[in-house]
Design a protein around this ligand. Structure first.
Ligand code: SDX
Length: 433
């Protein structure tokens, strides 16, 4: 980042001279005040939830929450969703440019030749109860990959990082489909290199040895678009988790497993599953008002899942594309009377007219409509966050790679405001009351 202009910020503090900090300007979005030396003057900044704190510099994704803008390496998300495909977006996020024809063919070939997992990895599944949540399996099995790839764990070696990236992007769909098949008691389905990335995933999810599966191209396109819309989102909770784990030098498989764990939370990637559960609980448009009232009630922990966002205070541009995709999928599948989709549209309409949601700038986010598409594709609800994790793996890796390539890499180690007890003498057990 070039910061030729030497703009500064000055802080006056009790008991010491005013402190001056450099202001760093990016290419887009707010400038930042570099407070990294403030601790030398005996102070820390305080920002729980990091609402006003930039933890790094990044060139991968830009979000303007007020304008509802999302760019991946400068390309608007709507253009990528309409005109690109998921593996092209993976190449873009990892390398900074869209691939040319030759680069794309080579990248697709590389991914396809890493889709198999070690045969012994399938033994891990037998330790899980059949009814395990698939995200529990993903956390465990993806983290275990590091036990099989000692040849690509030197994180300071760019070639090792590139190989680990290919392996993770290629194997996440395979492991996810294995988790689903395991829950059904059906045999695992091997990847087929004659199929595209998404066709292969749907093949591994839904085909059985006794029949040749027919993969609906409409569902393939819809699944690919869902993957694109979830690929990256700058410093969200799970990506920041991957960066923090990676800053200690942990191997890429362990870092991605940490990202999967962070994504699982209902406030983050678990929201898509929670939206469908919420819509099914509401059940009918006549009950929407009572749930809107619950969402507004400070004494009620209920929140309108799929609504609100830390950054977007306008429509999440991904939600707009997702809603359009819902229409296209329902049309293509002749599901005009999809009750969940109709209920979601009605809920959105009512919520967006409600003063509470208007005042707090709560709009539908990426998770509000994604579950409806995933259900139409035949993905079970408890696999929704797994789909999110498959898609976000490339974003996690791109940020992990960017961090490790940075010249100012330091281990992440936030400070705190200590509010505990001051020092006191130890009390021997026989003296304690
Ligand atoms: C994702 O960060 C990312 O980029 C994430 C993500 C990505 O691609 O990685 O975009 C993916 O995680 C999308 C968000 C999915 N989560 C949900 O849909 C769960 C429901 N939404 C909320 O829990 C909430 O909106 C968050 C967690 C998404 C954002 O929370 P913030 O930024 O911490 O905001 P907040 O909790 O401080 O809310 C501000 C106010 C509060 O009221 P007050 O205390 O000011 O009176 O808005 C209210 C909240 O109570 N509020 C809601 C609400 N979301 C916020 N009230 C009702 N329903 C909601 N959904």
């Amino acid at each position: 980042m070039s910061n030729d202009k030497k703009e500064t910020a000055t802080l006056s503090l009790p008991g010491c001279d005013p402190i001056t900090f450099p202001i760093l300007a990016g290419t887009l979005g707010p400038s930042v005040i570099d407070v990294s030396h403030l601790n030398n003057d005996g102070f820390f900044t305080y920002d729980p939830g990091f609402q006003s704190t930039a933890a790094c510099q990044s060139a991968i994704t830009f979000i303007d929450g007020d304008q509802g803008i999302l760019l991946h390496r400068g390309y608007p998300i709507a253009a990528l969703a309409e005109q690109s495909d998921y593996l092209e977006v993976c190449y873009l996020l990892l390398n900074g440019e869209l691939p040319n024809q030759k680069q794309k063919i080579n990248f697709v070939d590389q991914i396809q030749h890493h889709t198999l997992v070690h045969e012994q990895l399938s033994n891990f599944f037998n330790g899980f109860p059949r009814k395990s949540h698939p995200m529990a399996i993903m956390c465990g099995v993806v983290g275990a990959l590091s036990a099989f790839y000692h040849d690509s764990l030197e994180i300071k070696n760019p070639a090792h990082r590139d190989l680990a990236a290919l392996r993770l992007i290629a194997k996440m769909p395979t492991i996810a489909a294995m988790a689903y098949k395991y829950s059904l008691g059906q045999p695992f389905v091997y990847p087929q290199n004659s199929l595209s990335y998404v066709e292969n995933f749907l093949h591994m999810m839904f085909s059985v040895p006794t029949e040749t599966d027919k993969i609906n191209p409409v569902l393939v396109r819809a699944m690919d678009r869902v993957f694109i819309l979830h690929a990256d989102h700058e410093q969200n909770a799970s990506t920041s988790t991957v960066r923090l784990a990676g800053s200690s030098g942990a191997n890429p498989f362990a870092c991605i497993s940490a990202g999967i764990a962070a994504l699982w939370g209902p406030a983050h990637g678990g929201a898509n599953e929670a939206v469908i559960n919420m819509l099914q609980e509401i059940g009918d448009a006549s009950r929407i008002e009572q749930y809107i009232a619950k969402a507004k009630d400070k004494n009620d922990p209920f929140r309108l899942m799929g609504f609100g966002h830390r950054v977007y205070k306008n429509f999440d541009p991904r939600a707009k594309v997702m809603r359009q995709t819902c229409y296209e999928v329902m049309e293509a599948l002749q599901i005009h009377e999809n009750p969940l989709f109709k209920l979601a549209l009605k809920l959105e309409e009512i919520a967006l007219q409600d003063p509470y949601f208007i005042e707090k700038k709560l709009y539908p986010n990426v998770d509000f409509y994604s579950g409806i598409i995933l259900k139409a594709i035949g993905i079970p609800t408890n696999m929704f966050t797994v789909i999110f994790a498959i898609a976000r793996t490339v974003g996690w890796i791109a940020h992990w790679n960017e961090m490790l390539s940075a010249s100012d890499l330091k281990i992440g180690r936030p400070r705190q405001l200590y509010v505990g007890l001051t020092e006191r003498a130890f009390i021997p057990l026989d003296k304690r009351t």
